[in-house]
Design a protein. Structure first.
Length: 548
């Protein structure tokens, strides 16, 4: 019986051991599969974002070339012959420069000064020779379109700075997409590289293995598939997912995504602890029930962690720092990212699938204007919410069968500029008040000196109480005016109140004496019934309070 018991016990132990090992391996594979799937979702989102970014960059360049071509043909049609008119055209169309070129290749007229004018002569030879009717090219820091003149020969050149185009490309380009996604939880690094080297990467990427020296990367390019491996990065082991990136049939490069193994290790650690509990239960038979229960609880927690990792599969393309809204040609909102919803203070269900005119009856986002003219629209709009107003910079442009709207909330920047302007106005008021106070004090000091001299030289010669009273009033009122000027200066240059202990009743009596002449004129009689009281106070500040 005991042997059977031991045999059963050993069989149970082996069964538990096999089940635990199988469960551990299965959970390990499942956790790794979820982590790999998470990497695939991230890369798929990145591929879609990158394709959209490249399409947007290409469309922006096409729109710019079309706009400059129309401007050049309009200038040729107007046949402008003076620099002033040419400069007006350049200003109206936001052009950096306009050149009218003679058939000989010399500059006949330009908005710039001819004496120090660099000139892309070689680039427009095909246009001057009639080989091409127009040509667009980049020259130094400008985008240039040259158009052959139909009547007189020669060419019209229009120049536009490419800095604004480059800035927008940086904001919506692949590099910004990689940087934004690199901030997401569990992403250790993210980069796009080709056989020449790294094209774009998160800031922590300094040096990575080259494609030609890495058989795994070469295999991913050759098979055009998504592959996974464990990889050492900056002294830490990560799960690397790689996938080739093609755009319009051309290979752009290979995306490499490194995911943290912290969650994966946590699950495996929990599973190992579970097995330890089982072994402890075998050694301590009387604690078997407790240990099994603990193992089941640990397994449940591990399953919850696995479920949490599976839930992350639902994370979608929400990486742009700017608000992005898409509207189809029927003016129906088909997409809005979280940044756009934050700017508009709306829930997703309040926006997606709704008519654009219902959400924005005044065309605040410029969609109708862009759709009507088939061109890019840039504007600053005011969007009123339930409890606030937001200032938003808007760029709306047609992209394929839809319109793309880029939103940037500039409310804080505008409010900061308003505060700075208000501060400057207050400083100007302060300087003006200081000047006025200075101009008042000079004659006021003269009046006080004259009053003192009159009292010193004539008070003993004229026995007239009215004269003494008027002289005292003159001195008192002048002192009061001087104190008012000082208060104005103190208001603009606040000083600290300095309380000193003193008799407040004396101050009240002094103010009554100062105000008595005016009170008599108004038939007002002061009745003094004041007890002496001493406490700390600023005498001049309290005097001003009582006078007021």
């Amino acid at each position: 019986m005991k042997k059977a018991y031991y045999a059963a016990f050993i069989a149970g132990f082996l069964a538990i051991l096999l089940i635990s090992a199988s469960y551990y391996k299965n959970a390990e594979r499942r956790a790794l599969s979820i982590l790999e799937r998470e990497g695939e979702i991230f890369l798929e989102s990145l591929l879609r974002s990158s394709k959209n970014a490249l399409k947007a960059e290409k469309k922006l360049e096409e729109l710019l070339a079309s706009d400059l071509l129309m401007s050049a043909r309009l200038i040729d049609l107007l046949d402008i012959g003076d620099q002033r008119s040419l400069r007006e055209i350049a200003y109206i169309n936001d052009l950096r420069r306009i050149d009218i070129i003679a058939p000989s290749g010399a500059i006949r007229l330009s908005t710039a000064e001819l004496a120090r004018l660099p000139f892309p002569g070689d680039s427009i030879k095909p246009v001057l020779s009639g080989e091409r009717a127009a040509r667009a090219f980049q020259w130094t820091n400008e985008y240039v379109v040259a158009v052959c003149r139909e009547k007189t020969g020669g060419a019209v050149l229009v120049y536009k700075s490419i800095e604004s185009l480059k800035r927008l490309e940086r904001e919506i380009g692949i590099g910004e997409t990689i940087r934004s996604m690199g901030l997401m939880r569990d992403i250790v690094y993210l980069l796009l590289q080709n056989e020449e080297g790294i094209i774009a990467a998160t800031p922590n990427v300094r040096k990575m293995s080259r494609i030609e020296s890495d058989s795994f990367l070469k295999k991913a390019l050759l098979e055009k598939s998504t592959l996974h491996r464990f990889y050492e990065f900056n002294g830490s082991r990560v799960l690397e997912t790689v996938k080739p990136f093609y755009f319009e049939g051309e290979l752009v490069g290979l995306f490499r995504l490194g995911l943290s193994l912290d969650g994966y290790r946590a699950i495996l650690g929990q599973l190992r602890r579970q097995m330890a509990f089982v072994f402890m239960g075998f050694l301590l038979a009387f604690l078997l029930a407790f240990l099994l229960s603990s193992a089941l609880r640990t397994a449940r927690r591990a399953e919850l962690r696995v479920s949490e990792m599976a839930r992350r599969e639902e994370e979608i393309y929400e990486t742009f720092p700017l608000g992005i809204i898409k509207v189809d040609r029927n003016l129906k909102v088909i997409f809005a990212n979280s940044s756009a919803l934050d700017v508009l203070k709306k829930e997703r269900k309040e926006v997606i699938g709704k008519r654009y005119e219902t959400l924005f009856p005044e065309d605040e986002l410029g969609v109708k204007e862009s759709l009507k003219d088939e061109k890019k629209v840039m504007k600053r709009s005011v969007i009123a919410g339930d409890d606030d107003v937001k200032y938003v910079d808007v760029i709306a442009l047609p992209v394929g069968e839809s319109l793309l709207v880029v939103l940037e909330d500039v409310t804080e920047r505008i409010r900061l500029e308003e505060k700075i302007q208000l501060s400057k106005q207050f400083e100007a008021l302060r300087e003006l008040s200081r000047g006025i106070a200075h101009e008042i004090r000079n004659p006021l000091n003269t009046v006080l000196i004259i009053a003192q001299r009159l009292e010193r030289e004539f008070s003993d010669k004229i026995e007239n109480g009215e004269f003494a009273r008027l002289l005292e009033t003159l001195r008192t009122e002048s002192s009061r005016l001087e104190a008012g000027v000082r208060k104005l200066v103190d208001l603009l240059n606040p000083t600290k109140i300095v309380p000193r202990k003193g008799n407040f009743a004396d101050l009240i009596k002094e103010v009554i004496r100062d105000m008595e002449p005016e009170a008599k004129e108004r038939n007002v009689v002061f009745v003094e019934d004041i007890d002496d009281i001493e406490f700390p106070h600023d005498r001049e500040a309290m005097r001003q309070v009582l006078v007021n």
